[in-house]
Design a protein around this ligand. Structure first.
Ligand code: EPU
Length: 303
């Protein structure tokens, strides 16, 4: 990105962009090289200006949610990395629906909906993402998905126009959706919920939290499950059966708790993490003839 582009970008938004910002400070796995520009937008107007600017200048643009399902390579990200804040994180609770900004932090939304006696989001208990990130990856458990709760999604297209898609216009699959093809940024979404006793909903949430805490390395830097579950199988089970739990490359380690997680023991680089992930894939393919597919998003350039 040129100096001129940096200077224009700075004038488009109220919060000064961070240039050459190390992405390891913004990903839960704590790896990743610098982004040319990390831009936080607080209003729809700012967001539209930045998206149009990126389009005019042909600058790559990606949205960073919580960085919890993301591996950024060590060479970092060219172009603009966007973070949604302010009015783009607002949530409005109704009796049967919740309308949430794309940048809203999902764990807060889940608990606040439960306190208001609104059930339906529990399948994503413990997913530390934004509403936009959760929708793009159709997060959930292995059986239930957030896509099932969607009424409509509002996106900003690549030319900066606001568009709304109803549930039946969006394709949700297992840990996938076509939302990135429909627009550049998820601005907000409406979920259909149903009334229930707040105590009963919170109990279900607590049960799921306890399960995650017992089975996943939630207190270590990680990026969630690395691979999708193959049809009828569990990636974690296959990686464990392949004897890889605890295997290390540098400071990247296959979690000793859940084999489909890679944890950063301190100084891991994206190169270590990706070499370990490839070792997991290769070993499972050799032992079981099953080709694992990545679930985590991998972006950026090699270091
Ligand atoms: N298993 C093993 N070894 C392991 C891990 C799991 O044998 O190291 C076995 C377990 O014993 C269990 C089975 O595999 O019988 C399933 O394990 P788990 O309940 O942990 O579920 P999962 O299929 O591994 C899925 C989602 C998780 C979600 C959990 C809990 C995928 C790829 N993963 O994991 O989502 O949290 O269910 O509902 O679909 C994510 O998307 O990042 C993620 C963590």
């Amino acid at each position: 990105m040129t100096e001129r582009e940096r200077s224009i970008l700075t004038q488009l938004v109220q919060e000064p962009p961070k240039f050459d910002e190390p992405m390891r400070h913004h990903t839960t796995l704590r790896v990743g090289g610098p982004a040319d520009a990390l831009v936080t937008v607080h209003t729809l107007d700012e967001l539209q200006k930045v998206v149009r600017f990126a389009q005019e200048r042909d600058l790559p643009l990606m949205v960073l949610g919580e960085g919890s399902n993301l591996i950024v390579r060590d060479g970092g990200i060219r172009g603009i990395v966007l973070r949604l804040s302010g009015e783009l994180c607002r949530v409005h609770y109704d009796t049967q629906e919740v309308e949430a900004g794309g940048g809203a932090y999902f764990p807060h939304l889940l608990v606040k909906a439960a306190q208001r006696g609104l059930s339906g989001l529990e399948c994503c208990t413990g997913v530390p993402g934004t509403v936009g990130g959760i929708l793009i990856s159709n997060a959930g458990t292995a059986e239930e998905f957030i896509g099932d709760r969607v009424v409509r999604v509002r996106v900003l297209t690549y030319d900066g126009t606001l568009r709304e898609f109803a549930r039946d216009e969006i394709r949700f699959g297992y840990r996938s959706s076509n939302l990135k093809e429909l627009g550049a940024v998820i601005v907000g979404a409406t979920f259909a919920l149903h009334p229930d006793d707040p105590k009963a909903i919170m109990e279900r949430i607590h049960r799921r939290w306890r399960y995650r805490w017992a089975t996943q390395p939630v207190n270590q830097p990680c990026a969630g499950c690395i691979f999708k579950n193959p049809p009828g199988e569990r990636a974690g089970r296959l990686i464990e059966l392949a004897g890889l739990k605890g295997t290390r490359i540098g400071d990247a380690q296959v979690s000793t708790l859940h084999a489909n997680f890679i944890v950063n023991l301190g100084q891991a680089t994206a190169k270590d993490v990706l070499a370990l992930a490839e070792l997991m894939r290769k070993t499972v393919l050799e032992k079981f003839g099953i080709a694992l597919e990545y679930e985590v998003q991998i972006v950026g350039e090699d270091g």
